[in-house]
Design a binder for this molecule. Structure first.
Ligand code: ADP
Ligand code: ADP
Length: 228
């Protein structure tokens, strides 16, 4: 896993709009940072710049000490779990998880793929569902398959963009527990965007509050909410 540092990161969109106005943040190796803030404050933009889906206008981004501003997404070794996790309906859970490995043609033997998928399935308690199709899974199980895909990528860090916002309250609670446990087990550096106060309070080591493209505050969950 790896530390992530953001130094004076700026995003100006093509139409001139300044969505991120100089954000600096040091995320330690293995740390779980929650990113919160009102809709439109730049959370997704920031996450997309970290993962490489959006160009950085100015500033410096390093992952594991290496500058990655100009690196392609695949060379950043990050795994992003989206809100609308797109699983392939015609593929089994096993094949859905194995998908990123099969894309890297010839890189892994069948035995290696099986080993990696089984490790991910065990971490996420999906062992008994590997031969099922997504349509036959619960929402929470589908979410775990999406995370399994991130795990097999052997990413340096996980990025989550409101991963639980489409789930009902009960499942959200279960998944919160799952994510916390997975993070403890894997020691993954994690950046997690959410609107949900419970997630912010219970999951993160630190909470970063973004407002109009600027970092307003970074504190432990307790420190943040105890302030007047
Ligand atoms: P959040 O994730 O916090 O809701 P976003 O990062 O999606 O916020 O958006 C931040 C701001 O940037 C918003 O005002 C949004 O309208 C604007 N924005 C997002 N994408 C683009 C784009 N491609 N071009 C211009 N402005 C954009
Ligand atoms: P590659 O074949 O280059 O290893 P993929 O085909 O798996 O990459 O993905 C295509 C692009 O989308 C790459 O740039 C990759 O980094 C990105 N990508 C795909 N899945 C994810 C994910 N779960 N998290 C982050 N980036 C992803």
């Amino acid at each position: 896993m790896a530390a992530i540092t953001l130094k004076d990161i700026v995003k100006q969109y093509g139409d001139g709009f300044l969505a991120v106005k100089g954000v600096s943040l040091d995320i330690a190796d293995g740390e779980f940072v929650i990113l919160v803030g009102p809709s439109g404050c730049g959370k997704s933009t920031l996450l997309r710049m970290i993962v490489g889906l959006e160009d950085i206008t100015a500033g410096e981004l390093t992952i594991g000490g290496t500058r990655v501003n100009d690196k392609a997404p695949r060379d950043r070794k990050l795994a992003m779990v989206f809100q609308n996790y797109a699983l392939y309906p015609h593929l089994t859970v096993f094949e859905n998880i194995a998908f990123p490995l099969r894309l890297q043609k010839g890189k892994f033997t069948e035995a290696q793929i099986t080993e990696k998928v089984e490790f991910a399935a065990k971490t996420l308690e999906l062992q008994d569902h590997l031969q099922r199709k997504p349509a036959n899974l619960s929402g929470g199980q589908r979410q775990r398959v999406a995370m399994g895909r991130a795990i097999v990528r052997e990413a340096e860090a996980f990025l989550f963009d409101e991963p639980l916002s489409n789930l009902d309250a009960k499942l959200r609670g279960q998944m919160r527990t799952e994510i916390a446990r997975m993070q403890r087990r894997l020691g993954t550096t994690t950046v997690y965007v959410t609107h949900d106060q419970t997630e912010a309070m219970t999951l993160g080591d630190r909470v970063a509050v973004l407002r109009k493209g600027e970092l307003q505050q970074v504190a432990s969950p307790r420190g943040l909410y105890e302030q007047p």
